[in-house]
Write a protein that binds this ligand. Structure first.
Ligand SMILES: [Mn+2]
Length: 390
């Protein structure tokens, strides 16, 4: 029976509170590779947001390179689509050559109706259709016919995101072969799913897609939402992100889905496989005394820590003392003091760092989350690091 792994929202090259997560990401993809090597699936599906930004750092590009190379060496078919964080144009680099060794990077809409057909180990074939993240202007132009001068076609009423996705998926439906299982990949916010801290802002302004539009496939492999979940239907699923990218996701398991298409069953078998993070995220809310002394927190010395100090008095050198105890302290809040100042403060963040000042500024200037904003933030981080080095 066809068996594949569904991953999404890798966000390679992500910066977390000013620090690179590349070691963590190497650690996680190594686990995926080890397990895929021991029990090779027929395919690995990567449902968008491969990178965290359109201009990913070199170590992120190297990591994706080695991951794809290892999968190709193991003879595993790969299908990847860009998400809203990726530059579709850059992801498409050398995709024609990759394709010859079973790595299918579907970065544009030209091949919507041309599935990747995979032969499972038992000889059963199945089709994987790929809908890259929908850039409405680009998809509209594609669906209305290239060179038509951008007039909206009769089949795309309004031409808004929902109509465009409906039109694109309908095209795919008309070509799917009924005697073969068909999987659809997409990177969208689908109604019926729950948002979390690390992707909330990205979806704030964009339209969500009713899950009914994705019906009629044997499985829909979604990316975009960082918590693993169903999207209104048993077989329309988010794999969730590779790791927790925000402290409000600290308690959620992260990993990937294994999907087995059993045509004798109503639904495919879907198993969640958690990954072990290099450094888990921990939110610790307590008095300073307890945070520093309580042996219960010894286990967090190697974790990324958000310390929420409950004391109503401020302390000298709070960051330094907490960092001695928790070397990977990434966020510090003084919850009691926040309550006092919250009347005249917009920001919930208690420490004013250059990053938080920039982030506040960008919020007020109305810059939405996206590549420009990520770039502004990383430029600041880089210049701060350069300053610290000199
Ligand atoms: Mn996304």
């Amino acid at each position: 029976m066809p068996r594949f792994l569904h991953l999404a929202d890798l966000h390679l090259g992500r910066i977390f509170h000013g620090e690179s997560l590349i070691e963590d990401q190497v650690h996680l993809l190594d686990q995926v590779m080890t397990r895929a090597g021991e029990n090779p699936p027929d395919a690995v599906l990567l449902s968008g947001d491969i990178y965290d930004r359109a201009f990913p750092p070199v170590d992120a590009v190297k990591l994706f390179d080695s991951f794809l190379t290892s999968l190709a060496d193991a003879g595993i078919t790969v299908v990847a689509i860009p998400g809203n964080h990726d530059s579709a144009g850059r992801m498409a680099y050398a995709s024609g050559a990759w394709e010859k060794i079973g790595v299918h990077i579907r970065a544009d809409y030209l091949r919507l109706e041309d599935p990747v057909t995979v032969m499972a180990r038992d000889g059963v074939e199945f089709d994987i259709f790929a809908l890259p993240f929908v850039e409405t202007a680009v998809l509209r132009q594609f669906l209305t016919g290239i060179g038509s001068g951008g007039d909206e076609g009769d089949d795309i009423p309004g031409g808004d995101k929902i109509s465009l996705v409906r039109a694109a998926v309908n095209r795919i439906r008309t070509v799917r072969t009924t005697n073969r299982s068909a999987v659809l990949m997409a990177h969208e916010f689908v109604t019926g799913s729950i948002e979390s801290g690390s992707e909330r802002l990205y979806v704030g302004g964009s339209q969500s897609i009713p899950s009914e539009l994705f019906e009629g496939f044997d499985y829909v492999a979604l990316g975009h939402i960082h918590g693993t979940q169903r999207a209104g239907d048993e077989i329309i699923r988010y794999a969730g992100s590779l790791m927790a990218y925000a402290f409000d996701e600290a308690a959620r398991p992260k990993g990937y889905l294994e999907v087995i298409l059993d045509s004798s069953q109503l639904y495919p078998e879907v198993n969640f496989h958690p990954l072990t993070p290099l450094r888990p995220l921990e939110v610790l809310e307590d008095s300073l005394e307890n945070l520093l002394r309580n042996p219960e927190y010894d286990r967090c010395r190697q974790s990324y820590v958000s310390a929420r100090v409950t004391d109503s008095l401020s302390h000298m050198n709070l960051i330094g003392r907490l960092r001695d105890r928790f070397p990977y302290l990434r966020e510090l809040r003084q919850t009691a003091l926040e309550a006092v100042v919250s009347d005249d403060s917009q920001s919930p963040s208690a420490i004013e760092t250059p990053e938080s000042v920039l982030s506040d500024f960008l919020d007020r200037a109305g810059w939405e989350e996206g590549n420009d904003r990520t770039m502004a933030e990383s430029l600041l981080t880089e210049s701060l690091l350069a300053e610290a080095d000199t």
